[in-house]
Design a binder for this molecule. Structure first.
Ligand code: PMP
Length: 344
């Protein structure tokens, strides 16, 4: 007899991008430029208070996020990374047997979360050009569906759905089913046809938007993300959040990072310029790289994925292989990207 659930054996573990001393890491969709100005100071000064619990409700931070977005703080929940907020969202929506629909391939945490909460995963294969098949996702909705996730831009393929198709999709989702827009990479979007979920759908009670400070805002190591939804949904998420999981340091760092928005935008612009340059060069070797709106791109090289990543590693560059499917490469500094192109 096993002490833990027997179905865990069959569950794939979350695979983090590998860090190898001395190698260039282009494997975890991080931004390569270090913490934003003011963050180290804010965290250092917060440290003297760590014998006390942080503010459970993250009132100041939620207030700041809400003010930036022009919404009521009651509509915001913070969590230990947006991945934790996804777990909470599954828990507040799905009872045993309820279905959560998401595209595949997409963010690898969705199936892990679904399998260990009550939800049943319904995976809808991506189109042949590696984007969400929103028609098929809408057609997959049943009377057991409680949650539909649209990852926009999609990790790991970088593809993004446009406003016209997302409008039509959301119109097809019943009012009692939540549409979760995973916008972890929103800050890197440059195509004006790709909708900002908060601007376009923020007033729909069944739409929630999840964002993170891990990527463009450079706080991956401190774990902080936020969810915006109706007061009802955001309140339910706050209710089930692991108490105090948004740490003191994370809250202080997030406030400082938000103060440095202009610098964040400057860094994002550098990444976006590199995206155009690097993808153009990579397409000379792999013409099928899909258009990307994120800070990474996708090499749809199927069975070659593991071998390709191993060869990059021998050349000192760590990329992320998805066995049998493809390789995701995060954009780094120009020098790091040149090292990847050299390896290629
Ligand atoms: N959503 C997507 C699509 C992601 O790629 C990630 C991070 N890999 C997350 C959510 C979670 O980010 P975090 O937990 O660091 O906020």
């Amino acid at each position: 007899m096993s002490l833990t659930r027997p179905d865990l054996d069959a569950l794939p573990a979350y695979v983090p991008g590998r860090s190898v001393p001395g190698a260039i890491k282009l494997a975890s969709n991080e931004v390569p430029y270090g913490p934003l100005p003011g963050v180290v100071e804010a965290v250092t000064s917060a440290i003297s208070g760590v014998h006390r619990y942080p503010d459970l409700a993250a009132v100041e931070l939620r207030g700041r996020l809400a003010a930036r977005l022009g919404i009521d703080p009651e509509r915001v929940a913070t969590g230990c990374g947006s991945v934790a907020l996804f777990e909470h969202l599954f828990r507040v929506t799905c009872l045993p047997g309820d279905e959560a629909i998401y595209a595949w391939r997409s963010f690898e945490a969705y199936p892990i979360i679904a399998a260990t909460t009550a939800a049943t995963s319904v995976r809808v294969p991506n189109t042949t050009v590696h984007g969400h098949d929103l028609d098929a996702m809408a057609a997959a909705i049943t009377d057991r569906t409680r949650l539909v996730i649209v990852c926009n831009p999609n990790n790991p393929t970088g593809t993004a759905v446009r406003k016209a198709e997302l409008d039509a999709f959301i119109d097809r989702v019943p009012a009692d089913v939540i549409v979760a827009l995973d916008e972890a990479y929103r800050e890197f979007v440059t195509d004006p046809a790709v909708p900002d979920g908060l601007v376009e759908y923020g007033d729909r009670p069944n739409v929630v938007v999840l964002r993170t400070l891990s990527k463009a805002w450079g706080l991956a190591g401190l774990r902080i993300g936020y969810l915006v939804g109706s007061p009802e949904v955001a309140g339910a998420v706050r209710k089930v959040v692991t108490p105090f999981s948004t740490s003191l340091a994370a809250q202080a760092a997030a406030l400082a990072a938000l103060d440095a928005e202009a610098e964040m935008r400057r860094r994002v612009d550098l990444v976006v310029a590199e995206r155009a340059r690097v993808v153009e060069a990579v397409r000379k070797v792999f013409p099928d790289v899909p258009d990307t709106q994120a800070n990474f791109f996708w090499l749809p090289i199927g069975e070659q994925a593991l071998d390709f990543a191993a060869q990059c590693e021998r050349a000192g560059v760590i990329v992320r292989a998805f066995q049998g499917d493809g390789v995701r490469v995060t954009l780094g500094t120009p020098e790091e990207n040149d090292a990847f192109l050299g390896a290629l």
